[in-house]
Ligand binder design. Structure first.
Ligand SMILES: Cc1cc2nc3c(=O)[nH]c(=O)nc-3n(C[C@H](O)[C@H](O)[C@H](O)COP(=O)(O)O)c2cc1C
Length: 211
């Protein structure tokens, strides 16, 4: 496979110096909306990077379910690998890649569980199939076979055709942004990068980075 021959020019947008003065969360919301409007599938998906108690990095895709202020909310199983990593190191990195717009956003921040009430409300709003699936999955644990999981699902769905209560180990995390970097592809690999850092006084500092 001659991967080194795969080349393209990035020409779909610019990030000019006026962006240095904007609120990065407004900018992020604008970019997310623009990407959703392209009709891309899983437009809210991002790679969530964590670090284990052994110091090993790991990453996986999750879905952004809410953006409020500096918080990015996603839902998962608290006993999963990512849940354990976040217990050990409550800091994470969210990476969004929006190829149709030649954009990338990197968000680093601290992570905390959302309230039980918020998790209950969100769980109850999910389709019953998703509720059953979440309830029967010991996420990230080995299982003897697919059939074993399907039997558990069948038993649970037969006994609870209208859905199940939220398992206590399933819920949301909120990542509070401390650093946000926007990347816009440009011609000749002279891409635009603007990085924002949250200050203790609640404002953001901004600087342009070399590509
Ligand atoms: C498009 C897509 C969306 C996903 N969304 C979620 C999600 O919102 N929450 C979640 O726990 N896992 C989600 N997953 C599955 C995770 O990538 C991962 O396989 C799972 O959470 C187990 O990760 P862990 O073992 O590192 O905890 C998604 C996967 C894909 C490909």
């Amino acid at each position: 496979m001659a991967l080194h021959d795969d080349r393209k020019e990035y020409t779909k947008g610019i990030l000019d110096d006026r962006c240095l003065g904007v609120d990065p969360l407004v900018q992020f919301a604008d970019w997310l909306e623009a990407y959703r409007n392209t009709g891309a599938e899983d437009a809210t998906a991002f790679a969530l990077s964590t670090v284990s108690s052994q110091g090993e990095p790991d990453a996986r895709i999750v879905l952004l379910k809410e953006l409020r202020g500096r918080e990015l909310v996603f839902f998962t199983n608290y006993r999963s690998k990512k849940g354990q990593d976040l217990e050990a190191h409550p800091r994470a990195h969210a990476l969004f890649f929006w190829p149709a717009l030649e954009r990338q956003v990197r968000i680093f921040g601290s992570v905390a569980r959302v309230s039980d009430q918020e998790s209950l409300t969100y769980f109850a709003s999910r389709p019953v199939g998703s509720q059953w699936g979440a309830a029967v999955s010991d996420q990230s644990q080995p299982v003897a076979s697919r059939e074993a999981m399907e039997e558990r699902l069948l038993a649970l769905s037969t006994a609870n055709p209208n859905g199940v209560p939220r398992p206590p180990h399933w819920g949301g995390f909120a990542l509070t942004a401390h650093r946000i970097e926007f990347w816009q592809g440009r011609a000749s690999r002279l891409h635009d990068r603007i990085q924002y850092q949250h200050r203790a006084d609640g404002t953001w500092s901004a600087q342009r980075l070399q590509p």
